[in-house]
Write a protein that binds this ligand. Structure first.
Ligand SMILES: [Zn+2]
Ligand SMILES: [Zn+2]
Length: 453
């Protein structure tokens, strides 16, 4: 049996009461991860041995029903309720859908929720599970996202994508006979979602150095490993597609466990996710078959790379003029005026993000001092992360990854709006925040836009 990295993660962090070098405990709620050929049947048998009398509520869609759910239900037997979402239109993970599914499930009175599918289906299963307070299991059908074991779900609330607390999945089964039959675009989507760990790593470190935000080096080490493992899967694909599918699945599990360990998406998501989420929620993408979370995250990571590469290269020679920055801050328009009318549909959400954000002369002074103190370490971390992201993008380019915003048919008026508004879309420190503090925000946004493909 191959030595999977997610097993290493579980043995390092799974022990109850272990205090990490970051000073915190990282309790994991996941009990078992079954990975291999036949994991589907194995998990069905396990479900019946752990929940012998229970009614099991199984969520799937028309695609995953054929790929895995029908077989799972047959293997599990006993009392089961099937809920199969349509293939077309593709179900959107809205709060309305969460509420209606939760209502249906609650009325049936199940003892276990089983979600069969990637992304949206597994997120919906976790939300229903939290809503009625019963455990959920997840049957992965594609290595397309890294959210299987995360403690959050990506749900649209009033049209805006949110990362909401969700029920932690107790058992995750990745049947390699199912995973390796997933469409090729799902493999690319997984790669796209995972190369985002390089910019996410950079931004988490950056925030730690600049703002003192909590940071865990042990968890981060695994998040980085997940991105590197994904690239190993990409290189392995031509010679051995089956091995590549299991390597990528392993990588996605490690990244999702890293999120679970810190109870948030910090190790996995930063500015590139804010851009991709904006495109998702504004229905900006014309090519429906490519309108997948991971594909958009990969394209946004490539976009971000175009700007941050030059930004960090030029930073070593950059001299801060604190007086000019303070003057500029005092003349700055309110964020509502800066964001402008095009962003109006998203104001209610940006208001929430900006509400927790106080930034005045005192904060600016602290940040500029932190920058002077940490600039060498920032440069070192950035050189490493930017280099790895660049080589990741290159590897994916060799596989004809759809990076081009034209190929994705991202609507021209929405393409770069999130780039100019990243700070307001998500109150999470990133290179874009540093650029703002140094008075280089416009320069960075323009570089991103000019380098777009
Ligand atoms: Zn830690
Ligand atoms: Zn993601």
């Amino acid at each position: 049996m191959p030595e999977y990295f997610h097993r290493q993660f579980l043995s390092r962090f799974g022990a109850a009461g272990r205090v990490c070098t970051c000073g915190r405990e990282h309790p994991l709620g996941v009990r078992d991860i079954l990975m291999g050929s036949g994991a589907l049947q194995e998990s069905a048998r396990l479900a019946r041995s752990r929940y012998p009398q229970a009614l099991i509520w199984v969520l799937s869609d028309e695609n995953t029903e054929t790929a895995a759910a029908a077989a799972w239900k047959q293997a599990a037997g006993g009392r089961i309720i099937s809920r199969i979402l349509p293939r077309h239109p593709r179900p959107l993970p809205t709060m309305e859908l969460v509420d209606s599914l939760t209502g249906e499930a609650r009325a049936a009175g199940p003892g276990l929720i089983v979600a069969v599918g990637s992304g949206v289906i597994s997120d919906l299963g976790k939300m229903v599970s939290r809503g009625i307070g019963i455990p959920n299991w997840s049957m992965a059908t594609a290595p397309s996202v890294d959210a299987y074991a995360s403690a959050t779900a990506a749900i649209r609330v009033k049209g805006y994508g949110r990362s909401l607390p969700a029920g932690i999945t107790e058992v995750i089964a990745c049947d390699l006979d199912v995973i390796r039959r997933a469409p090729a675009v799902m493999f690319l989507a997984g790669l796209g979602d995972l190369i985002a760990k390089f910019p996410a790593y950079l931004d988490w470190q950056l925030s730690h150095l600049m703002t003192g935000e909590y940071y865990c080096a042990e968890v981060e080490e695994f998040a980085l490993l997940s991105a590197r493992t994904a690239l190993a899967a990409a290189r392995e694909r031509e010679a051995d597609p089956d091995a590549a599918a299991s390597t990528l699945m392993d990588a996605a599990l490690v990244s999702s466990l890293a999120m679970q360990a810190v109870r948030g998406s910090r190790p996995a998501s930063s500015a590139e996710h804010a851009i991709a989420h904006f495109w998702e929620m504004s229905f900006a993408v014309g090519r429906e078959e490519l309108d997948l979370h991971g594909i958009l995250v990969g394209a946004a990571s490539r976009l971000v790379l175009g700007g941050i590469r030059g930004f960090y290269r030029d930073l070593s020679g950059f001299r801060v003029d604190p007086r000019r920055r303070q003057e500029a801050l005092s003349r700055e328009p309110r964020w509502e005026d800066r964001a402008g009318d095009a962003m109006r549909p998203f104001w209610h959400r940006m208001q929430e993000e900006m509400a927790g954000h106080a930034f005045g002369p005192g904060e600016l002074k602290q940040r500029l001092e932190a920058f002077e103190r940490e600039r060498e370490r920032i440069s070192m971390v950035a050189a490493e992360a930017v280099g790895e992201l660049a080589s990741g993008v290159e590897t994916l380019q060799g596989m004809s990854y759809p990076f081009s915003l034209d190929a994705l048919e991202v609507s021209r008026d929405l393409r770069f709006l999130p780039v100019r508004n990243i700070r307001f879309l998500r109150n999470r420190y990133s290179t874009f925040t540093l650029a703002y503090e140094l008075g280089k925000e416009e320069e960075l946004a323009s570089a991103v836009i000019n380098q777009a493909v």
